[in-house]
Design a binder for this molecule. Sequence first.
Ligand code: MRU
Length: 364
Amino acid sequence: MASMKVHGKPTRTIWPVGGARAVEIIDQTALPHAYRVVRLSSLDDTVRAICSMQVRGAPLIGVTAAYGLALALARSADDALLQDAVRALAATRPTAVNLHWALLRMQACLRPLPPSARADAAWHEAGRIAEEDAEQCRRIGENGLQVLLAAARDRSRLDLMTHCNAGWLATVDHGTALAPVYAAVDQGIGVHVWVSETRPRNQGLLTAWELRQHGVPHTLIADNAAGLLLARGGIDAVLVGADRMAANGDVANKIGTYLKALAARAAAIPFYVAAPRSTIDFACPNGAAIPIEERAADELRLVYGRDASSVAAQLRQLPADEAVANPAFDVTPASLVSALITERGSCAASTAGLRSLYPEEEYD
Ligand code: MRU
């Protein structure tokens, strides 16, 4: 599968800057209105980029955190500094387990080394994590396409629905839920994607932007339109990503995912979840144990966009004292998930299913 493109040019979401200990990222808070590249040169830059969602999406958060740790260790790398940097990065966002997976992997690589060897090792390990993420997502694309074609009414045309952004912007390259879409396009299979807006952060607009960059036909819908469209029929499958998969196959993903899974089940439409190994939390027994991020109330109170002169603008849609709750993720029980799609293949959303793909892991 070809790499993802921006204005026709192969592009990743994060890349090391040649000759400098720094990385560059696509600032996702500026999309879809502006394409802006931002340089991260320090731990603080990285923490800010993750918290503000300049980078977002579970796999990309993990990779960015790995580079953030490497940036933190660039000058000094003793145990105390390593621990402080890990703590700062781990506190950025609670639900996406890829963050913690990446930090654990970095520590396993770095702690046995003398401090003088850690800076270079951290940089290389972060690079390896990034490369592996891209390759795993490419494989998710191949595996997911087989699953979708097996469920399709017509193998020459797929009509899909997705939620949030689980495309290449949420990973290093290719995406998770959208990787099979790009694989289908590469094989000349016609694809149309229903993209839900994903209030309040509107990650669906990122999905529309990246699908547009690749010329993939898609239609943006308000979140609340999904039930009607699924009930009407004509959609082959709902395909989403994940921020954390529990060992029993329960899945945390962007708020609103659960409602789509319920509507898909009522309409007898398959509901698939695509994610790499780094999103599976084998130590987490079920969805009830997954921490759900509660984000700032202003994400509901304020709306961002462009005014009539195309200038960035912010509008208040609620009084500042209006009571607001803003849980950023929900949990879809394994019973509503038709299959999990990973870099190793697909399986039932259950401990037995995950064990068949990852027999080497320890299960609670
Ligand atoms: O809050 P976000 O934008 O980081 O949430 C992202 C999602 O929920 C994605 O669906 C998930 O991370 C899968 S990304 C391949």
